[in-house]
Ligand binder design. Structure first.
Ligand code: G3P
Ligand code: MG
Length: 247
């Protein structure tokens, strides 16, 4: 079974990384979603791709200067559509509750804190604490572009499957030594420039392969036929029913 991951939730139907974007997965038959997590100044783990507010909210500034009480004052939906006015940046706690309720499977991408390693470690510990509330029937993959953070996560929670993310520009022939050092089960390469030859090598080495971000059904089909296990996409709702689950 090939996997279609709703990238940042159903991010072309609702504002990315919000509870609305995640809620739309179930009604569109998409069981797996991808999300990004980062941390506020008071240790609250939140869902956000950027560590600044200006792209996806009505404000400017750094996430690392905020605390939990600030979230109620920030609109993370009215930039996208009127229907989403009042949408908030969700906490990881709210996210896990929704995932349990909707019976979704999750790829949580740990963002590399630009505020330093100490904060990255706080984020890892915050994610691990939050995962205690995840229903054990839910499936989980933790990923990161920061392979040092990922290795640290694996040391602290070895039972969780992890994935090394690579941008095309950083995917060199030593990729397997990086996966081995992290004890990763998956590789998550960028779609751009990804070749059949490279996929066959990754497959032969025994890794699961999930490719980001694939917003073209024909390209997704080609990747699947080459042996890729999953794709991250902003248009999960447009995929045919063979990739979907009847909830
Ligand atoms: O996890 C896949 C993908 O989300 C990685 O890139 O920048 O969209 O978080 P980005
Ligand atoms: Mg991501």
């Amino acid at each position: 079974m090939k996997t279609v991951f709703a990238h940042r939730g159903m991010s072309s139907l609702a504002p990315e990384n919000t509870l609305s974007a995640f809620s739309l997965c179930r009604e569109n038959g998409i069981q797996w979603l991808e999300c990004d997590v980062d941390i506020l100044a008071d240790g609250t783990v939140v869902l956000s791709h950027d560590d600044t507010l200006e792209r996806c909210t009505d404000q400017c500034g750094s996430l690392y200067d905020l605390t939990h009480s600030d979230l109620a004052k920030i609109d993370a939906g009215n930039w996208f559509a009127d229907a989403y006015e009042g949408e908030r940046i969700p906490t990881f706690e709210q996210f896990i509750a929704l995932v349990n309720q909707h019976e979704l499977n999750i790829n949580v991408e740990i963002k590399s804190c630009t505020s330093g390693w100490e904060n990255t470690l706080r984020l890892i510990d915050g994610v691990i604490a939050g995962l205690e509330n995840l229903n054990p029937e839910r499936e989980l993959i933790i990923s990161s572009f920061n392979h040092l953070a990922l290795a640290e996560f694996k040391k602290r929670r070895p039972q969780t499957r992890i994935a090394c993310l690579f941008e095309n520009a950083n995917l060199w022939d030593d990729w397997e030594s990086i996966l081995q050092a992290c004890q990763a089960e998956y590789i998550h390469p960028e779609d751009k420039g990804l070749t059949k030859e490279r996929i066959l090598k990754m497959k032969a080495a025994g890794y699961g392969i999930n490719v980001y971000t694939v917003n073209d059904l024909a390209r997704a089909n080609q990747l699947f036929n080459w042996g890729v296990d999953g794709v991250f996409t902003d248009i999960a709702h447009q995929f045919p029913k063979k990739y979907k689950k009847a909830f």
